[in-house]
Ligand binder design. Structure first.
Ligand code: SAH
Length: 356
């Protein structure tokens, strides 16, 4: 096994060249296993075998952006557009609450209907009805004043994947009016406003090199996000990337472990995209250092229309309502679902709790 693996485990902050070398070890099963074991050890140290569940409410698929990879991009005329209104969102939350969810993730396209005022009113209503729950927003790039208003209204967390930390690669995935510098600035603004912040990227997005992923790791080391969302890129048939190859499960799992070692206390979801590429993808994710699952709480009738990529799992067994199935899956890999808010931890658990 290459020395770089031991070196990373001992000192995870490394140079770009060293990260590239580490990423190249994906081909060595022994290296992969050493990294996975260390990731799992750290996950147990901070979180034991607890898996946090977040109820994902995909509340609008209108989007003013035109990201080349995304199925709900503005120029895709084949999307059946929908937006949920406040009462529908509140009823998703009520249903989720009864099922044990204590975090609601409001995700959507960048939909101008949802003005700052409408969003703030919605956040306040959810908080008034469920004061013990955390609200996570995932609605893209806004100005700092807007993020501040959302925060004052009661939002706790914000997911905004940086998508790629490399300027040239960013340009190849996004239209000219979108800027990597702005996206990064948003993440630093969110941090400053006291949000728990989630960054992340797709694995195997078109044109992505190991050097790009090395930059992603360096960016995450600098930002120190509380959450990181990564999942394989999956082509969508109505986008210009329809004929591109999907990202690999193997590489996603290797990266999950690498990120757990880089940021031991991070909240790391085993994503829906990972579960879409492999029937047991999310369980494998939990064994690689992930500790969060985000089942779908959106109304059944809208789920198929929030199609970021092809074949997204969202029906039957994937629904948040199928908590029994989820519980079985999580327990099959020695973990257990817990239903507290699950904020990012700052200290290791007590010894007894680590081993529970
Ligand atoms: N509008 C919000 C939410 C975006 S959707 C925002 O801009 O943050 C959430 C994530 O889905 C994106 O950040 C992207 O990383 C991922 N995604 C989009 N298209 C995808 C695809 N084709 N394959 C895999 N993941 C995709």
């Amino acid at each position: 096994m290459h020395d770089i693996v031991r070196q990373y485990i001992d000192h995870p902050e490394m140079t770009k060249e060293e990260y590239i070398l580490l990423l190249q070890q994906e081909e060595d099963p022994e290296a992969r296993e050493a990294i996975r074991r260390e990731a799992l050890r750290l996950c147990r140290k901070y979180y034991g075998n607890r898996v946090y569940i977040r109820g994902l409410i995909e509340f609008t698929n209108y989007c003013k952006n035109n990201c080349y990879y995304c199925g709900i991009r503005r120029d895709n005329r084949n999307v059946n557009r929908y937006r949920l209104h406040a009462d529908e969102i509140l009823s998703c939350c009520r249903e989720g609450y009864a099922l044990g969810y204590r975090t609601f993730v409001l995700q959507g396209g960048e939909d101008p209907y949802y003005t700052d005022e409408r969003m703030c009113a919605l956040i306040r209503q959810i908080k008034a009805q469920h004061p013990d729950c955390a609200i996570t927003l995932s609605i893209g790039e806004k100005e700092k004043e807007t993020y501040q208003k959302f925060r004052e209204a009661g939002a706790d967390r914000y997911l905004l994947r940086h998508e790629t930390a490399d300027e040239t690669h960013y340009r190849s995935l996004h239209p000219p009016e979108m800027l990597l510098s702005h996206r990064k600035q948003c993440l630093y603004d969110l941090k400053e406003l006291g949000y728990q912040v989630g960054a992340g990227c797709m694995v195997g997005s078109p044109g992505q090199t190991l050097a790009n992923l090395a930059d992603d790791l360096r960016f995450m080391a600098d930002l120190q996000p509380e959450m990181v969302g990564i999942g394989p890129f999956i082509p969508h048939h109505d986008t210009c990337f329809r004929a591109e190859k999907a990202g690999s499960v193997k590489r996603t799992l290797y990266l999950l472990s690498i990120i757990r070692i880089l940021l031991p206390k991070v909240l790391l979801p085993a994503t829906t995209a990972l579960g879409t590429m492999d029937e047991h993808g999310r369980e494998k994710g939990l064994l690689a250092g992930a500790n969060v699952i985000m089942p779908n709480l959106s109304p059944e009738k809208n789920r198929k229309d929030y199609s970021l990529y092809d074949n997204k799992i969202c029906l039957g067994g994937e629904a948040a309502q199928s908590i029994a199935d989820l519980k079985k899956r999580v327990e099959s890999v020695g973990c257990r679902i817990v239903t507290d808010r699950g904020d990012a931890r700052t200290e290791p658990l007590a010894r007894e709790e680590q081993e529970e």
